[in-house]
Design a protein around this ligand. Structure first.
Ligand SMILES: [Zn+2]
Ligand SMILES: [Zn+2]
Length: 505
């Protein structure tokens, strides 16, 4: 019995149960905006948000922050960048010009669409930009400690990670005032009083770096645990790359304790999301669906549902084609029941329609105008409450057809009777005409229209399959099409009968 109850606990609630209920919690998420922020990255923020909401539900005081690691250096010229970016390698992404010219920096270029996307996903964290945090001087004391305890930190890193660090290793990288890179400069001296170091950059330049002004940053493995202690992070989701034995979480746990006297946050390791047939999503390899791409097609609550229904430590193979339609169906079913915790953690107050997405995919391929969309939907018995929400959904269906739909999900209604239908065998023509007569006065409902195919087949001695094919050919010039009942229901009685009766000529 005990076991069974345990199984039913949602992963976000299970995590929320691990923290001290009597202390305020800070859930930190963070992504380096060095390229398009994709669905895989989003898992971090959505995971954090769900734990945040689970904490609130337990009555625990909590806050969600998103830390933009915009002080990280550009590592290479990614496939989506022009060669001009060669000269910015090693620069903090907050200091590099934006690729389109409309944003304050390279980092903001990628952050901007991401921040508006998380709003749409009903995620509202406090945003911290690492570049601003460093330049505000809020880390001055901690950087000083890292420099003073450089040897201790080096010992921890070597012991826990099993990796040997080079002679003269330093936890602090100055930004070279000559070449602009956060370089592997050698630290020559440290003036504790004036919070400065002198350095010799690999470019040959020797200079002074004032760490109270953000003229440099701590190396990642020290930077991360340092920030836990300053921001007061108590829960943090991170990718599995940081979770390996001897990895940055393991070393960070000891550094934050021994150098900063702070306890590491409760870890939440999450797995990657791969794109079906294409592999793991990586900005650097160009295998991505950006979060903006996704929200053009997927309602935000369905994206949340994808993350909510999957435990963080399970990989997700995302299929934006038919797999996406199945996911939307699944969400719609969960919404009808309205009880599951996954659903509760997914639903948001976005404009809704009651129209199944699959149906909309058919409707937009029949309708030539927005008005026609409304006509079709009304004919199918849908009450149009929010016109804008309907058009939003219609647009998502169009984008899906354009970008992700398999060929056999697409169709176009021919302007006149296609040749293949005109040349149909006489017995099939007769069956199609019989069908038209059967449905002339029938209720114009998808299931009625579907079942009438078999009545027509029986009455004329051909197979049901032949009647289906005959009808598809009459409208689409193809042997297959969308679910016939829905299709004809959407098309309407008048247009259906007019076309089918042409088969009798
Ligand atoms: Zn830009
Ligand atoms: Zn330099």
């Amino acid at each position: 019995m005990e076991e069974k109850i345990h199984e039913k606990i949602h992963w976000a609630d299970a995590k929320a149960a691990q923290v001290a209920a009597d202390a305020p919690q800070l859930i930190a998420t963070g992504i380096t905006p060095s390229g398009p922020i994709h669905l895989g990255n989003m898992r971090e923020v959505m995971t954090g948000d769900m734990i945040y909401k689970a904490l609130l539900k337990r009555g625990i005081e909590a806050e969600l922050v998103y830390i933009a690691d915009d002080f990280d250096p550009l590592r290479k010229v990614y496939p989506f960048l022009s060669d001009e970016y060669q000269k910015y390698i090693g620069w903090p992404v907050s200091d590099i010009p934006c690729p389109c010219g409309k944003h304050k920096s390279y980092a903001e270029h990628f952050l901007d669409p991401f921040l508006s996307a998380i709003e749409e996903l009903d995620i509202h964290p406090r945003i911290i930009r690492t570049s601003e945090a460093y330049r505000s001087g809020m880390f001055t004391e901690q950087i000083k400690q890292a420099l003073v305890h450089a040897e201790d930190i080096k010992e921890i890193l070597e012991r826990v990670s099993g990796r040997k660090l080079e002679e003269g290793w330093t936890p602090y990288y100055p930004i070279c005032s000559s070449c602009g890179t956060i370089s592997r400069a050698a630290i020559l001296s440290h003036d504790i009083e004036n919070h400065t170091v002198t350095y010799k950059c690999s470019c040959g330049h020797e200079g002074v770096s004032d760490y109270s002004k953000g003229e440099g940053k701590l190396v990642w493995r020290v930077d991360w645990p340092m920030r836990w202690s300053v921001h007061g992070v108590t829960v943090e989701p991170f990718g599995k790359d940081h979770a390996s034995p001897g990895g940055s979480y393991d070393t960070g746990k000891i550094i934050t304790k021994e150098i900063y006297g702070y306890n590491a946050p409760v870890p939440v390791t999450y797995e990657w999301i791969s794109l079906k047939g294409k592999g793991e999503m990586h900005s650097s390899k160009g295998v991505v669906l950006t979060i903006r791409d996704m929200l053009d097609v997927v309602p935000p609550e369905v994206l949340r549902y994808l993350i909510a229904k999957t435990k963080p430590d399970k990989t997700i193979a995302f299929d934006p084609g038919m797999g996406l339609l199945r996911l939307i169906d699944e969400y719609d079913k969960a919404a009808v029941v309205g009880e599951s915790r996954e659903y509760e953690l997914s639903r948001i107050a976005s404009p809704q329609t009651t129209i199944p997405f699959r149906h909309m995919v058919t409707v937009v391929q029949i309708a030539r105008t927005d008005d026609a969309i409304f006509d079709i939907l009304k004919r199918s018995g849908y009450e149009i409450v929010d016109k804008e929400a309907v058009l939003d959904q219609a647009n998502r269906a169009k984008v899906w057809l354009e970008r992700y739909a398999p060929e056999d999900a697409k169709f176009a209604v021919a302007e006149s009777l296609p040749e293949v239908a005109a040349n149909e065998k006489p017995e099939v023509k007769a069956a199609v005409v019989a069908y038209a007569k059967i449905v002339t006065d029938a209720e114009w409902k998808a299931d009625v229209l579907h079942n009438a195919v078999y009545d027509a087949a029986q009455a004329t001695g051909v197979t049901g399959k032949e009647v289906f094919t005959g009808i598809y050919r009459a409208f689409l010039g193809a042997d297959r099409g969308p679910r016939l009942g829905w299709f004809l229901e959407a098309l309407g009685r008048e247009e259906t009968l007019k076309r089918l009766l042409e088969m009798s000529l």
